[in-house]
Ligand binder design. Sequence first.
Ligand SMILES: [Mg+2]
Length: 296
Amino acid sequence: MAWFVSARTCPIQSMFNPQASFIRSPPNWHLARVFGNPLFCNAIPSNPPISREVSQEVFKNIPWSLNSENYWPSKEAIATWRDADAVCFDFDSTVCLDEGIDELAVFCGAGAEVAEWTAKAMTGLVEFEEALAARLSLFKPSLDQVENCLEQRPPRISPGISELIGKLKAKNVDVYLISGGFRQMIKPVALELGIPPDNIFANQLLFGTSGGYVGFDPKEPTSRSGGKAVAVQHIRQKRGYKTLVMIGDGATDLEARQPGGADMFICYGGVQMRESVARKADWVVSDFHELMIQLS
Ligand SMILES: [Mg+2]
């Protein structure tokens, strides 16, 4: 009989939190990708947002960003942000710096094979559920491996996210996590950020009685293509929110902005900046402090 692994507390890393006792330095590729790219010049949390003039200078060599006015929020976008009574965050490469399934695959020794499938899935030519099943079948993570991965490679929280969520909660804004990743890997971070388990919409890994991998729960909407949009619509319908905002880095996050779903989509490019997503966003940020400032 399949059973669900219960979440347990594990060390959570905050790259810029001096109080954190477990700090895993970002690998070199991440430093190169984030800090070597002018798009991420604003990614260090202690820096104030750059001015429009500086930004135009920085962005001038990046053709697609030349006319990207959505780097500068419209009055309507700011008003929607301030009026929001619910904010839904994507998890991988948004709340956290890593992609959970990739981290788990690397830990289980199948990083390269899974990365190949991830690249295939990103083309949009493969249904999400097919890509998820294919990737998991490559390494079939056991309960022990998931728990050991969480212990030895704890998720790294994005700079500024803890403060932003704290500020939203102080304003009585409800915060949700919507992810194609796994509840087992998200719950410890949610606990750290003060987000209730009921506010997590994600996939559930299933294990047999001896802890072996048996699959994932296909009833979770996030296990299917378009699932994040369905989850956001469900939240809105159930809780009757007046204004709901979705924040993320991927095309599936952008999909959540539709009638009955999110009123606004904010593209967070602090980890991964995807041109196709950023172009269609209502607002593009590379630092959560930009959002915090506009809440005041
Ligand atoms: Mg993401």
